[in-house]
Write a protein that binds this ligand. Structure first.
Ligand SMILES: NC(=O)c1ccc[n+]([C@@H]2O[C@H](COP(=O)([O-])OP(=O)(O)OC[C@H]3O[C@@H](n4cnc5c(N)ncnc54)[C@H](OP(=O)(O)O)[C@@H]3O)[C@@H](O)[C@H]2O)c1
Length: 318
């Protein structure tokens, strides 16, 4: 398995001209996109459906999901998934009934919220962005045939980003920025360890990560701090790219022939905007020991464990 965890991309893998029109024919394939009722998730879902995939919009509000699906041309289905409630994640997986999932796009996310807990008592950003997707991926993995793409962020390098094993839920002093950074660092470490496990199990499935740079979506509107929200409003207007450009790294990671554990982001200055390319990650996001420890802790917290034995292939039948 090739590994790009520490290297910057070469010009060969950069594709300034790559856009959604270059997605290959996805007829007969199924994609599950979490948080597909708005922003990057909806844009990515629409592009995958346009390319012929059957797209499952996995959303926490069915009505808003249906409204979103009505804007998409192609084959879609709306299913309820609340990543902040592990019983909802289990219900989603139980109802799946063994159909193949060619692409699982772990897109949903919340950012810099005021202190809140998930239904299971976890800090909301870690619980939603990481633990919910961790559980979902492991429960669906026996049916995944091609790849798992997880949305991370440039914030995995910011705000003193580290996995606070001693206090994952920030019980001894909540900081919304640090909690977001921890959750996005966790998304990258999850991808690293998932790819290692897939390779060890002899699975053809690949785990990749992507980040959109800075894209104007609903994400920024939930920030608890009004000053931060004000800055982000201005940023959305003058700095951010739109959600179509923001979805390109996701789509590139989902459909191009890239090595497992690749991380895709925009190729512009500071990875804020631009065409999709392979990008680097922080040293903290490349640490295999921390990735393994996070995996073990996530198994304990969610009660969901690795589903594939050594040499086991996907169970899904076409
Ligand atoms: N926009 C950026 O500049 C940026 C930068 C770096 C990384 N990202 C990442 O990109 C991803 C997509 O974000 P976005 O910018 O497209 O923001 P967005 O428009 O706010 O979309 C986030 C989606 O996640 C869903 N979601 C939130 N909590 C959920 C839960 N408990 N269960 C299920 N779905 C839930 C939201 O559903 P509701 O509509 O019901 O809230 C929404 O559909 C996130 O992972 C984010 O961290 C974005």
């Amino acid at each position: 398995m090739a590994d790009n965890t520490k290297s910057k991309s070469t010009s060969k893998s950069t594709s300034k001209t790559w856009d959604a029109s270059r997605i290959p024919d996805l007829s007969g394939r199924t994609a599950v996109v979490t948080g597909a009722n708005s922003g990057i998730g909806l844009t990515a879902a629409a592009a995958l459906a346009r390319a012929g995939a059957h797209v499952v919009l996995a959303v926490r509000d069915l009505e808003r999901g249906r409204v979103a699906a009505a804007t998409v041309t192609g084959s879609t289905e709306v299913r309820r998934l609340d990543l902040a409630d592990l019983s909802s994640v289990r219900e989603f997986a139980d109802a799946w009934q063994g159909r193949p999932v060619d692409l699982l796009i772990n897109n949903a996310g919340v950012m810099m919220l005021p202190e809140q807990r998930t239904a299971d008592g976890f800090e909301m950003q870690f619980g939603t962005n990481h633990l919910g997707h961790f559980a979902l991926t492991n429960l669906l993995l026996p049916y995944v045939t091609d790849r798992v793409v997880t949305l991370a962020s440039g914030a995995h390098r910011l705000f003193d980003a580290r996995i606070r094993f001693e206090d994952l839920d920030f019980t001894s002093g909540y900081n919304p920025n640090r909690a977001y950074a921890q959750s996005k660092l966790a998304n990258l470490l999850f991808t690293l360890e998932l790819q290692r496990r897939l390779a060890q199990a002899g699975s053809p499935v690949r785990a990749l990560a992507a980040h959109p740079g800075y894209a104007a979506t609903n994400l920024q509107s939930h920030a608890g701090n009004p000053v931060a929200r004000g800055f982000m409003k201005i940023g959305n207007r003058f700095l951010a790219q739109d959600d179509k450009a923001g979805a390109l790294p996701t789509l590139y990671a989902a459909t191009q022939d890239l090595p497992g554990a690749s991380y895709v982001g925009p190729d512009g200055r500071g990875e804020m905007r631009g065409g999709p390319t392979l990008v680097g990650r922080s040293a903290a996001a490349s640490d295999p020991d921390v990735a393994r420890r996070l995996w073990t802790v996530s198994e304990e917290l969610t009660g969901v464990s690795w589903p594939l034995g050594a040499g086991e292939r996907v169970a899904a039948q076409r």
